[in-house]
Design a protein around this ligand. Structure first.
Ligand code: ADP
Ligand code: MG
Length: 357
Protein backbone atom coordinates (compact mmCIF):
# COMPACT_ATOMS: atom_id res chain seq x y z
CA UNK A 1 0.00 0.00 0.00
CA UNK A 2 1.30 3.47 -0.78
CA UNK A 3 1.69 5.98 2.02
CA UNK A 4 -1.49 7.99 2.41
CA UNK A 5 -2.69 10.62 4.79
CA UNK A 6 -5.47 9.03 6.85
CA UNK A 7 -8.94 10.51 6.61
CA UNK A 8 -9.78 12.70 9.64
CA UNK A 9 -12.30 10.20 11.09
CA UNK A 10 -9.71 7.44 11.15
CA UNK A 11 -7.00 9.71 12.54
CA UNK A 12 -9.47 10.93 15.15
CA UNK A 13 -10.30 7.43 16.29
CA UNK A 14 -6.66 6.49 16.52
CA UNK A 15 -5.87 9.56 18.60
CA UNK A 16 -8.90 8.88 20.80
CA UNK A 17 -7.55 5.43 21.55
CA UNK A 18 -4.71 7.02 23.46
CA UNK A 19 -6.92 9.08 25.73
CA UNK A 20 -10.04 6.98 26.04
CA UNK A 21 -9.11 3.51 27.10
CA UNK A 22 -12.27 2.67 29.04
CA UNK A 23 -15.30 4.42 30.56
CA UNK A 24 -13.30 5.59 33.57
CA UNK A 25 -10.99 7.54 31.23
CA UNK A 26 -14.00 9.55 30.07
CA UNK A 27 -15.10 10.30 33.61
CA UNK A 28 -11.55 11.30 34.49
CA UNK A 29 -11.35 13.80 31.62
CA UNK A 30 -14.80 15.25 32.29
CA UNK A 31 -14.15 15.62 36.01
CA UNK A 32 -10.79 17.28 35.27
CA UNK A 33 -12.58 19.76 33.04
CA UNK A 34 -15.06 20.53 35.82
CA UNK A 35 -12.23 21.07 38.29
CA UNK A 36 -10.38 23.30 35.82
CA UNK A 37 -13.63 25.27 35.44
CA UNK A 38 -13.50 25.97 39.21
CA UNK A 39 -16.60 23.98 40.00
CA UNK A 40 -17.40 23.49 43.69
CA UNK A 41 -19.99 20.79 43.07
CA UNK A 42 -19.39 17.90 40.67
CA UNK A 43 -21.97 15.17 40.17
CA UNK A 44 -21.18 12.04 38.24
CA UNK A 45 -23.90 9.71 37.09
CA UNK A 46 -23.29 6.42 35.31
CA UNK A 47 -25.36 3.60 33.91
CA UNK A 48 -24.18 0.09 33.08
CA UNK A 49 -20.60 0.78 34.11
CA UNK A 50 -20.57 3.91 31.97
CA UNK A 51 -21.24 2.05 28.72
CA UNK A 52 -24.81 3.28 28.56
CA UNK A 53 -24.32 6.71 30.09
CA UNK A 54 -21.78 8.89 31.84
CA UNK A 55 -23.01 12.30 32.85
CA UNK A 56 -20.94 14.90 34.69
CA UNK A 57 -22.74 17.97 35.98
CA UNK A 58 -20.81 20.91 37.38
CA UNK A 59 -21.42 24.43 38.61
CA UNK A 60 -18.23 25.76 37.04
CA UNK A 61 -17.53 28.61 34.65
CA UNK A 62 -19.34 27.19 31.64
CA UNK A 63 -18.36 27.77 28.02
CA UNK A 64 -19.29 31.02 26.23
CA UNK A 65 -21.78 30.53 23.41
CA UNK A 66 -19.42 31.23 20.51
CA UNK A 67 -16.77 28.84 21.83
CA UNK A 68 -18.93 25.79 22.35
CA UNK A 69 -18.17 24.07 19.01
CA UNK A 70 -14.49 24.87 19.38
CA UNK A 71 -14.33 22.89 22.63
CA UNK A 72 -14.71 19.76 20.49
CA UNK A 73 -11.96 20.62 18.03
CA UNK A 74 -8.67 18.82 18.44
CA UNK A 75 -5.94 20.86 20.14
CA UNK A 76 -8.44 23.50 21.13
CA UNK A 77 -7.95 24.63 24.72
CA UNK A 78 -8.47 27.69 26.87
CA UNK A 79 -5.68 26.63 29.22
CA UNK A 80 -2.54 27.07 27.19
CA UNK A 81 -1.52 29.85 24.83
CA UNK A 82 2.09 29.29 23.83
CA UNK A 83 4.90 26.82 24.16
CA UNK A 84 6.33 28.49 27.29
CA UNK A 85 3.07 27.78 29.11
CA UNK A 86 3.94 24.09 28.91
CA UNK A 87 6.65 24.67 31.52
CA UNK A 88 4.30 25.88 34.21
CA UNK A 89 1.02 24.09 33.85
CA UNK A 90 -1.34 24.60 36.75
CA UNK A 91 -4.50 23.18 35.20
CA UNK A 92 -5.27 19.47 34.93
CA UNK A 93 -5.94 19.67 31.20
CA UNK A 94 -3.86 21.50 28.64
CA UNK A 95 -3.74 19.48 25.42
CA UNK A 96 -7.22 20.31 24.24
CA UNK A 97 -7.91 16.82 23.00
CA UNK A 98 -10.13 15.17 25.60
CA UNK A 99 -13.49 16.34 24.31
CA UNK A 100 -12.45 15.75 20.70
CA UNK A 101 -11.27 12.26 21.58
CA UNK A 102 -14.34 11.35 23.59
CA UNK A 103 -16.64 12.67 20.87
CA UNK A 104 -14.81 10.60 18.23
CA UNK A 105 -15.81 7.36 19.94
CA UNK A 106 -19.24 8.12 21.40
CA UNK A 107 -22.27 10.40 21.31
CA UNK A 108 -21.77 13.49 23.41
CA UNK A 109 -24.19 16.17 24.40
CA UNK A 110 -23.04 19.23 26.25
CA UNK A 111 -25.26 21.76 27.94
CA UNK A 112 -23.41 24.79 29.20
CA UNK A 113 -23.92 28.31 30.43
CA UNK A 114 -21.43 30.81 31.84
CA UNK A 115 -22.78 32.75 34.83
CA UNK A 116 -22.75 36.01 32.90
CA UNK A 117 -24.89 34.75 30.00
CA UNK A 118 -28.62 34.38 30.40
CA UNK A 119 -29.09 31.64 27.85
CA UNK A 120 -27.21 28.37 27.69
CA UNK A 121 -26.17 26.30 24.69
CA UNK A 122 -26.78 22.67 23.92
CA UNK A 123 -24.55 20.90 21.44
CA UNK A 124 -24.64 17.34 20.18
CA UNK A 125 -21.63 15.62 18.70
CA UNK A 126 -21.92 12.14 17.22
CA UNK A 127 -18.81 10.25 16.18
CA UNK A 128 -16.89 13.52 16.00
CA UNK A 129 -19.49 15.42 13.93
CA UNK A 130 -21.53 18.26 15.37
CA UNK A 131 -25.14 17.30 14.69
CA UNK A 132 -26.96 20.06 16.51
CA UNK A 133 -26.45 23.29 18.41
CA UNK A 134 -29.22 25.33 19.94
CA UNK A 135 -29.91 27.84 22.70
CA UNK A 136 -31.36 26.38 25.89
CA UNK A 137 -32.22 27.70 29.31
CA UNK A 138 -30.17 25.91 31.97
CA UNK A 139 -28.43 26.47 35.30
CA UNK A 140 -24.96 28.07 35.15
CA UNK A 141 -22.28 25.44 34.67
CA UNK A 142 -21.88 22.46 32.40
CA UNK A 143 -23.50 19.09 31.91
CA UNK A 144 -21.57 16.68 29.70
CA UNK A 145 -23.35 13.45 28.80
CA UNK A 146 -21.58 10.64 26.97
CA UNK A 147 -23.56 7.75 25.52
CA UNK A 148 -22.83 4.73 23.34
CA UNK A 149 -19.14 4.69 24.13
CA UNK A 150 -17.12 2.66 21.61
CA UNK A 151 -20.21 1.66 19.61
CA UNK A 152 -18.30 2.78 16.54
CA UNK A 153 -15.06 1.08 17.64
CA UNK A 154 -15.86 -2.64 17.84
CA UNK A 155 -12.25 -3.49 18.71
CA UNK A 156 -12.48 -1.42 21.90
CA UNK A 157 -15.93 -2.65 22.77
CA UNK A 158 -14.55 -6.18 22.97
CA UNK A 159 -12.14 -5.16 25.70
CA UNK A 160 -14.75 -3.72 28.01
CA UNK A 161 -15.19 -5.67 31.22
CA UNK A 162 -18.33 -6.38 33.17
CA UNK A 163 -20.35 -3.27 34.10
CA UNK A 164 -19.45 -3.82 37.71
CA UNK A 165 -15.72 -3.78 36.95
CA UNK A 166 -15.98 -0.63 34.84
CA UNK A 167 -18.12 1.00 37.54
CA UNK A 168 -15.39 0.12 40.05
CA UNK A 169 -12.80 1.96 37.97
CA UNK A 170 -15.08 4.98 37.77
CA UNK A 171 -15.62 4.86 41.51
CA UNK A 172 -11.87 4.95 41.98
CA UNK A 173 -11.52 7.99 39.73
CA UNK A 174 -14.25 9.96 41.50
CA UNK A 175 -13.11 9.08 45.01
CA UNK A 176 -9.52 9.94 44.20
CA UNK A 177 -10.41 13.34 42.84
CA UNK A 178 -12.45 13.88 46.00
CA UNK A 179 -9.30 13.17 48.01
CA UNK A 180 -7.29 15.63 45.94
CA UNK A 181 -9.97 18.33 46.19
CA UNK A 182 -11.64 18.16 49.61
CA UNK A 183 -13.15 21.61 49.03
CA UNK A 184 -15.19 20.29 46.09
CA UNK A 185 -18.35 18.34 46.72
CA UNK A 186 -18.39 15.15 44.66
CA UNK A 187 -21.09 12.60 44.21
CA UNK A 188 -21.34 9.42 42.19
CA UNK A 189 -24.62 7.79 41.26
CA UNK A 190 -24.44 4.31 39.79
CA UNK A 191 -27.57 2.94 38.09
CA UNK A 192 -29.74 5.35 40.05
CA UNK A 193 -28.14 4.67 43.43
CA UNK A 194 -25.75 7.07 45.14
CA UNK A 195 -22.51 5.17 45.72
CA UNK A 196 -20.17 7.94 46.82
CA UNK A 197 -20.38 11.40 48.25
CA UNK A 198 -17.98 13.91 49.74
CA UNK A 199 -19.13 17.01 51.57
CA UNK A 200 -16.80 19.57 50.05
CA UNK A 201 -16.06 21.02 53.49
CA UNK A 202 -12.34 21.22 52.73
CA UNK A 203 -11.23 18.59 55.23
CA UNK A 204 -9.14 15.80 53.76
CA UNK A 205 -9.78 13.66 56.81
CA UNK A 206 -13.52 13.71 56.15
CA UNK A 207 -12.95 12.56 52.57
CA UNK A 208 -10.73 9.77 53.87
CA UNK A 209 -13.65 8.59 55.99
CA UNK A 210 -15.96 8.79 52.96
CA UNK A 211 -13.50 6.79 50.82
CA UNK A 212 -12.07 4.24 53.24
CA UNK A 213 -14.50 4.22 56.16
CA UNK A 214 -14.01 5.39 59.72
CA UNK A 215 -12.21 2.30 60.90
CA UNK A 216 -9.41 2.76 58.37
CA UNK A 217 -9.32 6.54 58.75
CA UNK A 218 -8.78 6.21 62.48
CA UNK A 219 -5.58 4.33 61.83
CA UNK A 220 -4.14 6.98 59.54
CA UNK A 221 -1.49 9.39 60.77
CA UNK A 222 -1.25 12.94 59.49
CA UNK A 223 1.98 13.77 57.69
CA UNK A 224 2.96 17.19 58.90
CA UNK A 225 3.58 19.91 56.34
CA UNK A 226 6.69 20.63 54.40
CA UNK A 227 9.98 18.86 54.37
CA UNK A 228 11.89 22.09 54.88
CA UNK A 229 12.49 21.69 58.60
CA UNK A 230 14.50 18.53 58.18
CA UNK A 231 16.81 20.17 55.69
CA UNK A 232 19.30 21.38 58.28
CA UNK A 233 19.69 18.03 60.01
CA UNK A 234 19.86 16.18 56.76
CA UNK A 235 22.94 15.50 54.67
CA UNK A 236 20.72 15.63 51.58
CA UNK A 237 20.69 18.89 49.66
CA UNK A 238 17.88 20.88 51.21
CA UNK A 239 14.69 19.92 49.49
CA UNK A 240 13.49 23.34 50.56
CA UNK A 241 15.62 24.53 47.67
CA UNK A 242 13.08 22.70 45.60
CA UNK A 243 10.21 24.21 47.53
CA UNK A 244 8.70 20.81 47.95
CA UNK A 245 6.00 20.04 50.43
CA UNK A 246 4.84 16.58 51.43
CA UNK A 247 1.59 16.18 53.33
CA UNK A 248 -1.30 13.76 53.60
CA UNK A 249 -1.91 10.66 55.67
CA UNK A 250 -0.14 7.37 56.10
CA UNK A 251 -1.21 4.30 58.02
CA UNK A 252 0.00 3.36 61.44
CA UNK A 253 1.75 -0.02 61.29
CA UNK A 254 -1.40 -1.63 62.67
CA UNK A 255 -3.09 -1.12 59.31
CA UNK A 256 -1.79 -2.87 56.23
CA UNK A 257 -2.85 -4.36 52.95
CA UNK A 258 -1.74 -7.20 50.71
CA UNK A 259 -0.70 -4.90 47.85
CA UNK A 260 0.47 -1.37 47.11
CA UNK A 261 -2.76 -0.23 45.48
CA UNK A 262 -3.61 1.65 48.64
CA UNK A 263 -0.65 3.97 48.31
CA UNK A 264 -2.07 6.97 46.51
CA UNK A 265 0.03 9.83 45.18
CA UNK A 266 -0.97 13.32 44.13
CA UNK A 267 1.40 15.84 42.66
CA UNK A 268 0.06 19.36 42.57
CA UNK A 269 -3.34 17.73 43.04
CA UNK A 270 -2.94 15.50 40.03
CA UNK A 271 -3.44 11.78 40.76
CA UNK A 272 -0.36 10.05 39.44
CA UNK A 273 1.21 6.65 39.31
CA UNK A 274 4.87 6.42 40.19
CA UNK A 275 6.49 3.12 41.08
CA UNK A 276 9.50 4.73 42.63
CA UNK A 277 7.53 7.01 44.97
CA UNK A 278 5.19 4.16 45.87
CA UNK A 279 8.29 2.23 46.81
CA UNK A 280 9.56 5.21 48.83
CA UNK A 281 6.40 5.06 50.95
CA UNK A 282 6.52 1.28 51.35
CA UNK A 283 10.23 1.42 52.21
CA UNK A 284 9.60 3.85 55.04
CA UNK A 285 7.83 0.95 56.78
CA UNK A 286 10.89 -1.24 56.58
CA UNK A 287 10.96 -3.49 59.69
CA UNK A 288 7.58 -2.10 60.80
CA UNK A 289 5.49 -4.30 58.51
CA UNK A 290 5.84 -7.95 57.67
CA UNK A 291 7.20 -8.83 54.28
CA UNK A 292 4.37 -8.80 51.77
CA UNK A 293 2.25 -6.29 53.71
CA UNK A 294 1.89 -2.70 52.53
CA UNK A 295 0.65 0.54 54.04
CA UNK A 296 -2.38 2.64 53.18
CA UNK A 297 -1.30 6.18 52.33
CA UNK A 298 -2.49 9.33 50.65
CA UNK A 299 0.54 11.44 49.82
CA UNK A 300 0.15 14.99 48.56
CA UNK A 301 3.17 16.57 46.96
CA UNK A 302 3.31 20.22 46.07
CA UNK A 303 6.18 21.64 44.06
CA UNK A 304 6.72 24.37 41.52
CA UNK A 305 5.24 23.37 38.14
CA UNK A 306 8.61 23.98 36.50
CA UNK A 307 10.01 21.05 38.52
CA UNK A 308 7.79 18.52 36.79
CA UNK A 309 6.84 17.54 33.27
CA UNK A 310 3.21 16.48 33.05
CA UNK A 311 3.34 16.07 29.30
CA UNK A 312 4.97 12.64 29.16
CA UNK A 313 1.98 10.29 29.21
CA UNK A 314 -1.13 10.14 27.00
CA UNK A 315 -3.53 10.13 29.95
CA UNK A 316 -1.21 12.20 32.17
CA UNK A 317 -1.16 9.42 34.76
CA UNK A 318 2.62 9.52 34.90
CA UNK A 319 4.78 12.59 35.24
CA UNK A 320 8.49 13.26 35.26
CA UNK A 321 10.36 15.00 38.06
CA UNK A 322 13.34 17.15 37.27
CA UNK A 323 15.05 15.68 40.32
CA UNK A 324 13.36 12.40 41.14
CA UNK A 325 15.88 11.43 43.80
CA UNK A 326 15.19 14.49 45.92
CA UNK A 327 11.48 13.85 45.74
CA UNK A 328 11.99 10.17 46.60
CA UNK A 329 14.04 11.06 49.66
CA UNK A 330 11.63 13.74 50.81
CA UNK A 331 8.65 11.38 50.60
CA UNK A 332 10.43 8.60 52.39
CA UNK A 333 11.67 10.95 55.10
CA UNK A 334 8.26 12.53 55.66
CA UNK A 335 6.54 9.16 56.01
CA UNK A 336 9.26 7.73 58.21
CA UNK A 337 9.25 10.82 60.44
CA UNK A 338 5.48 10.56 60.83
CA UNK A 339 5.83 6.95 61.91
CA UNK A 340 8.62 7.71 64.37
CA UNK A 341 6.81 10.72 65.82
CA UNK A 342 3.71 8.66 66.43
CA UNK A 343 5.54 5.81 68.11
CA UNK A 344 5.32 5.77 71.89
CA UNK A 345 8.70 4.07 72.22
CA UNK A 346 11.01 6.69 73.86
CA UNK A 347 14.00 5.97 71.63
CA UNK A 348 11.85 6.86 68.67
CA UNK A 349 11.32 10.44 69.79
CA UNK A 350 14.74 11.82 68.92
CA UNK A 351 15.92 13.84 65.95
CA UNK A 352 14.42 13.08 62.62
CA UNK A 353 16.66 10.52 61.04
CA UNK A 354 17.68 10.31 57.44
CA UNK A 355 16.78 7.13 55.69
CA UNK A 356 18.65 6.31 52.61
CA UNK A 357 17.05 4.40 49.82
P1 ADP B 1 -8.35 20.74 27.81
O1 ADP B 1 -9.00 20.41 29.10
O2 ADP B 1 -7.02 20.08 27.64
O3 ADP B 1 -8.30 22.21 27.54
P2 ADP B 1 -10.69 19.50 26.61
O4 ADP B 1 -10.91 18.89 25.28
O5 ADP B 1 -10.87 18.65 27.81
O6 ADP B 1 -9.23 20.12 26.61
O7 ADP B 1 -11.65 20.76 26.75
C1 ADP B 1 -11.55 21.80 25.78
C2 ADP B 1 -11.99 23.14 26.34
O8 ADP B 1 -13.40 23.11 26.61
C3 ADP B 1 -11.34 23.48 27.67
O9 ADP B 1 -10.09 24.12 27.49
C4 ADP B 1 -12.38 24.41 28.30
O10 ADP B 1 -12.20 25.73 27.87
C5 ADP B 1 -13.70 23.90 27.75
N1 ADP B 1 -14.41 23.03 28.72
C6 ADP B 1 -14.49 21.69 28.68
N2 ADP B 1 -15.22 21.22 29.71
C7 ADP B 1 -15.62 22.29 30.41
C8 ADP B 1 -16.40 22.47 31.63
N3 ADP B 1 -16.94 21.42 32.30
N4 ADP B 1 -16.60 23.74 32.06
C9 ADP B 1 -16.08 24.80 31.38
N5 ADP B 1 -15.33 24.68 30.27
C10 ADP B 1 -15.10 23.45 29.79
MG1 MG C 1 -9.69 18.55 29.62
Amino acid sequence: MPIRQLPPEVAGKIAAGEVVERPASVVKELVENSIDAHATDIRVEIRAGGTRLMRVTDNGRGIPRDQVPLAFARHATSKLADVEDLDHITSLGFRGEALASIAAVSQVSLLTRPHEQTMGQRIQVHGGQITKQEGRGCPAGTVAAVEHLFQNVPARLKFLRKSQTEAGHIHRVVSHYALAYPEIRFSLTTDGRQTFQSTGNGKLYDVLIAVYGLQVAEQLLAIEGTDNDSASSSPEPASSALNLSVSGYTSSPTLHRANRRYITLFVNRRWIQDRSLTYAVAQAYHTLLQVGRHPVAVILLELPPAEIDVNVHPTKREIKFRDGRLVFNAVQRAVRRTLLDSASVPSFTGQPRTWSS
